[in-house]
Design a protein around this ligand. Structure first.
Ligand code: GTR
Length: 328
C-alpha cells in the first residue's frame, strides 16, 4: 500500500471513530433547582448528576443550576414541559394548577403525616398522580421530602383560625392556597419564592407559610418571628424530566436514570430529616418564637370550601381524594 493510501485510510478511520463517539454522546441536560448551596435538595440533585454520569459511563449528564438562577418555579415548570430545560426539582404546589391529579396533594390536611404521604405515593393514588404529570409532558423519576408547611408572621403567634383573619399571607401560585387563606379570613398574596423576604421585611405581607428548612434557609425567620406549627400542608416534591427526552431514551437508559433518581431521593430524605431539626434549632437560636397548635380541628373544619371547590372543578377526582383519605 502506498504511503499516501495508508495516510488516507488512517484519517478516514479516525474520522469514523470521532463521528461515532460524537453521535453517541448526548448533549448535557440542564437541571433547575430553587434552593441554595447546602440545602438537602441541592446536595441530592448534585448527587443525582454524579450518579447519572457514573452509571451511564458519561452517556447521560446534567448540569444543575441552583438557587433559582434559571428563573421562578412556575416558569421553570413550563420550560421543562416545553423541553427548554430537561430536568427539574418541583414542588407539587406550583405543578397543581397544570396537573389536576397532582393538585390533590395541595388540599390542606389531606395527609395525616409524612409517612402517610409516602404510603399514598407508593400506592395506586401515586400512580394516578404520576400518569397525570406524564400527560402534561413531565415524567416523575423520584419523590423528595418537603416536610410539613406551617404559618409564620411578624405580628403574633397563631393558635386558632381567627388569628389569621385580616392577615396578608404570601402563598405559592395556586388557587387552592389562596382559597385556604381566604377560608381563614386572611388576604392571600400569591408571589414567587424569591420575592418573599423583601415583602416580609417591608410589611407588604404579614406572613407566609413553609417548612422549617425553607423558613430558615431564606432568612424569612429574621423578618417574621412567629412560627406556628399548623402543619396544614404536606407537599411532596418530584425530581422529574421532560417527557420527550425520557421517551427517546432506551429502556436501559431509562432504568439507569430512575436508579440514579431513586438513590438521590434516599439521600435527600435522610438529609431532610437532619435539616428539619437543625433549622428549627437555628431559627429558635435566632430569636423566633415557635408555638405548637395542639388542636387543629378548627383549621381543618375551615377548609371545607377549599375541598368543595376542588371537587366541583374536578368531579372525576373525587375517588382520588377518597382513595387518599382511606389509605391507612
Ligand atoms: C419550598 C419548596 C420550593 C418552593 C417554596 C415556595 O418549601 O421546596 O420548591 O415551592 O417552598 O414556597 O415557593
Amino acid at each position: 500500500m502506498s504511503y499516501l493510501k495508508k495516510i488516507t485510510l488512517a484519517i478516514t478511520a479516525a474520522a469514523i471513530v470521532v463521528g461515532f463517539s460524537l453521535s453517541a454522546q448526548a448533549k448535557e441536560w440542564r437541571g433547575w433547582n430553587i434552593h441554595v448551596e447546602g440545602y438537602p435538595n441541592t446536595i441530592a440533585m448534585d448527587k443525582f448528576a454524579e450518579l447519572l454520569k457514573e452509571k451511564s459511563g458519561g452517556k447521560m449528564s446534567v448540569k444543575m443550576y441552583h438557587a433559582g438562577t434559571l428563573g421562578s418555579q412556575p416558569d421553570a415548570i413550563e420550560q421543562v414541559r416545553a423541553g427548554a430545560l430537561e430536568i427539574g426539582n418541583f414542588n407539587l404546589g406550583p405543578l397543581g394548577p397544570i396537573v389536576p391529579e397532582a393538585n390533590v396533594v395541595s388540599l390542606p390536611f389531606i395527609f395525616k403525616d409524612t409517612e402517610h404521604m409516602w404510603r399514598v405515593l407508593d400506592g395506586e393514588a401515586g400512580e394516578i398522580i404520576n400518569k397525570g404529570m406524564a400527560k402534561f409532558g413531565i415524567v416523575p423519576l423520584a419523590w423528595y421530602d418537603a416536610g410539613a408547611r406551617s404559618f409564620y408572621n411578624s405580628i403574633k403567634p397563631i393558635t386558632k383560625p381567627e388569628d389569621v383573619t385580616g392577615m396578608k399571607v404570601r402563598v405559592m401560585n395556586n388557587d387552592l392556597y389562596s382559597g385556604m387563606i381566604a377560608a381563614l379570613g386572611g388576604n392571600p398574596s400569591p408571589m414567587a419564592f424569591a420575592e418573599v423576604y423583601q415583602s416580609l421585611k417591608t410589611n407588604v405581607v404579614d406572613g407566609a407559610e413553609n417548612n422549617y428548612p425553607s423558613y430558615e434557609s431564606t432568612g424569612h425567620f429574621e423578618v417574621a418571628k412567629y412560627y406556628s406549627n399548623s402543619q396544614h400542608l404536606i407537599i411532596p416534591e418530584t425530581l422529574c424530566i421532560n417527557a420527550d427526552v425520557y421517551n427517546a431514551l432506551s429502556a436501559e437508559d431509562q432504568k439507569i436514570l430512575k436508579e440514579a433518581a431513586q438513590e438521590s431521593a434516599m439521600l435527600q430524605r435522610k438529609l431532610w430529616k437532619e435539616r428539619e431539626i437543625a433549622s428549627k434549632k437555628k431559627v429558635e437560636a435566632g430569636g423566633s418564637t415557635v408555638n405548637e397548635i395542639a388542636d387543629k380541628s378548627g383549621f381543618q373544619a375551615a377548609m371545607k370550601p377549599v375541598y368543595d371547590k376542588y371537587l366541583a372543578d374536578n368531579p372525576n377526582l373525587k375517588s382520588l381524594v377518597e382513595m387518599i383519605q382511606n389509605t391507612p
